[in-house]
Design a protein around this ligand. Structure first.
Ligand SMILES: Nc1ncnc2c1ncn2[C@@H]1O[C@H](COP(=O)(O)OP(=O)(O)OP(=O)(O)O)[C@@H](O)[C@H]1O
Length: 444
């Protein structure tokens, strides 16, 4: 049975009443609060008097009232908890993978001591002594006082409850667009690898679905333990993933970056089952493979994204990404949001940048002369519907996947966005960044 706690904010401790005996005891001492800093109060201590007023039998609200009205020195008479082991815990940093609001949680013992957080927030967990309720601060620490958050097991059981209550959602994915492949093939006749890669990325983006994903809020890991990581010079660069709504400029930024410094940045070479053409070279435009090998790679989950056009298969493999990284280059890819999880591995240590549209006015202003390619026949300026769709699709992507974003870049002025992208990437490679603890562990 959950006993409710009340917090005395000035003292930074919560109290609770034992309904059978009338005893008032310290339920928890909030890290960084006055009681914690004094080192005089501990969980389980029995409160006998406050400033000479006996408190046994009182309601917790009455005790809080006495405390709130006390001025100057407050004298507590306590019976220390003899079994209280005072353990000093090493803080652990965790990234929140779910949202939490204590005011909407009826199970929290003391909502006023609770701390709200959103997916992606970095939390420094300072106390895990209670299996159900931890204490944590948000990083970078703005306040010294910690707040109550549900433990990982507590959140998981809440997720399970929610999951069972959810109605079954039937979802139909968008089918690949044949005409996009045709455009790809047309372009291949006239352009080099640079355009092919660009277009392949575009094709996968268009044909994939942003609403279905392996990671829904339900049953996901509520917290991910993280550590600061700085790439040692001998290690591969981190994979750079650009994510954004269709039309926001992910491809444009990626193209510009590669063009700016082709000896540093590179995209992966796609695989195809179509036959090699005059002027093409295996491993340059494409990796030309047999259908059997392609299917074998599909079965072995080697493709990040793949599709079929006119009986031929095309795909971007994780091996192709690895090849770029092994050559000492920075691999920059344009991925569907739901592919992020596949790439979140120790090997790639991806750094994910979300490309966000600017304000509605700036979006329309900056894209006045921009062209949108909707299929092989249409290459036109953005319409009002395109702008509206872009804004509408960007928000749910951000809302759903923000826990995976290391950086957010607003693509307003193209030149400025390119400069900012370069500096974000530089920082990602050269400065310490938070990564999941499992990516940082030395090889066994
Ligand atoms: N900041 C910007 N200012 C002006 N035009 C831009 C800007 N960013 C991108 N564009 C233009 O907008 C158009 C769409 O960009 P891009 O093709 O990169 O979109 P995308 O995000 O890759 O979407 P899709 O995957 O659907 O192609 C292109 O013509 C591009 O040149």
């Amino acid at each position: 049975v959950m006993q409710n706690e009340l917090i005395s904010n000035a003292q930074g401790a919560t109290i609770r009443k034992d309904e059978a005996t009338g005893d008032i005891s310290i339920a928890r001492v909030i890290h960084g609060g006055l009681a914690d800093r004094s080192g005089l109060l501990h969980p389980g201590d029995l409160l006998v008097e406050v400033n000479g007023n006996p408190v046994v039998g009182l309601e917790p609200e009455q005790v809080i009232h006495i405390l709130a009205n006390s001025q100057g020195t407050i004298l507590f008479k306590i019976i220390p908890n003899p079994s209280q082991a005072i353990l000093s815990q090493t803080p652990v940093c965790m990234r929140a993978m779910v949202d939490y609001c204590p005011l909407q949680d009826f199970s929290i013992p003391c909502p006023d001591a609770g701390m709200a957080f959103s997916r992606g927030d970095l939390l420094q967990v300072v106390d895990q002594s209670d299996g159900q309720w931890w204490q944590a601060r948000k990083l970078p620490c703005a306040t010294s006082c910690a707040g109550l958050i549900p433990s990982a097991s507590m959140l998981k059981s809440k997720q399970r409850e929610q999951w069972w209550c959810q109605p079954l959602q039937v979802h139909t994915c968008i089918r690949p667009r044949e005409e996009s492949w045709l455009l790809l093939l047309n372009m291949c006749l006239f352009n080099g690898l640079y355009i092919i890669c660009t277009f392949i990325a575009e094709l996968f983006r268009r044909q994939s679905c942003t609403t279905c994903s392996p990671n829904t809020n339900a049953l996901s890991t509520p917290y991910e333990e993280v550590v600061l990581y700085q790439r040692p010079p001998q290690e591969n660069h981190r994979l750079i993933i650009l994510v954004g709504a269709s039309g926001v400029g992910v491809n444009e930024l990626r193209k510009r970056l590669i063009k700016l410094n082709p000896s540093t940045f590179q995209g992966p070479v796609p695989h195809t089952t179509r036959s090699i053409r005059a002027g093409e070279q295996n491993g340059r435009e494409y990796h030309f493979v047999t259908k059997e090998l392609f299917e074998y790679m599909v079965c072995n989950h080697r493709f990040l994204e793949y599709g079929e056009s006119k009986g031929q298969l095309y795909g971007i493999s994780t091996d192709a990404i690895d090849e770029v990284l092994k050559r000492g280059r920075m691999c920059i890819i344009d991925a569907e949001p739901h592919s992020i999880q596949l790439l979140r591995t120790k090997k790639f240590k991806p750094y994910v940048i979300f490309i966000k549209p600017p304000s509605p006015d700036r979006l329309r202003e900056t894209r006045r002369d921009a062209r949108i390619i909707t299929n092989y026949a249409i290459n036109r300026v953005f319409s009002e519907e395109d702008f509206a769709e872009l804004e509408e699709t960007s928000k749910p992507i951000e809302a759903k996947y923000k826990q995976f974003f290391d950086s957010v870049l607003v693509n307003d002025d193209l030149q400025d966005a390119c400069i900012e992208l370069c500096s974000i990437i530089q920082q990602a490679q050269d400065e310490p960044q938070w990564i999941p603890v499992s990516w940082g562990r030395a090889e066994d």
